[in-house]
Unconditional design. Structure first.
Length: 184
């Protein structure tokens, strides 16, 4: 018997794809732009939001010596010297948006994420899907089924980014229309 769960709080997601009880983070980019020290990055930080996490990545000024070691040193210096401030800002953002904050830095082509969530995703795969993952593992493309799944999701995301963007915009429009409609 499962039906007794239907009315318990937190079951399902009112509003379809929007997660229940997670504050809206639509203004996170603006909030971080106002909150981050002006001298941290060469321009505005890139702020990415999903249901669990906000990722904040900024471009650092390149060192005169652009060797890999010098660039890694620059990123490491930023990471260490800003840690207490980053933790304080992350706590404020988590209180405001109900999500963890991950930080990263970029120097030229080098991108480093300092901390980020690996959110476990429950999935039930039938044999044909498991065979695909096992083929990727057997071929050495991935170290494990989890890695293979991550690889497949990234690939799908890259090849359908335009479609996914359209889908997100359409979902937002439905949410806006729903909120403007009669309250029943």
């Amino acid at each position: 018997m499962r039906h007794h769960h239907m009315n318990s709080p937190g079951f399902g997601r009112p509003g379809g794809w929007q997660q229940a009880h997670v504050p809206d983070a639509g203004d996170a980019t603006e909030w971080f732009a106002g909150r981050l020290p002006d001298d941290w990055f060469t321009g505005p930080a890139t702020v990415e939001v999903d249901r669990e996490e906000i990722t904040v990545v900024g471009e650092l000024p390149a060192p005169d010596d652009t060797s890999a070691a010098a660039v890694d040193g620059r990123i490491s210096r930023f990471r260490e010297s800003t840690r207490p401030d980053r933790m304080r800002i992350a706590d404020e953002a988590e209180a405001r948006y109900g999500r963890k904050v991950a930080w990263g830095a970029t120097v030229g082509e080098r991108h480093v994420l300092f901390t980020h969530l690996a959110v476990p995703v429950m999935t039930r795969l039938r044999q044909p899907e498991r065979k695909v993952l096992d083929t990727l593992v057997d071929a050495g493309v991935a170290r494990s089924r989890a890695d293979a799944l991550k690889w497949a999701v990234r690939l799908a995301g890259q090849h359908s980014e335009e479609w996914l963007t359209e889908l997100r915009e359409a979902m937002k429009k439905v949410d806006d229309l729903r909120s403007e409609g009669p309250q029943i």
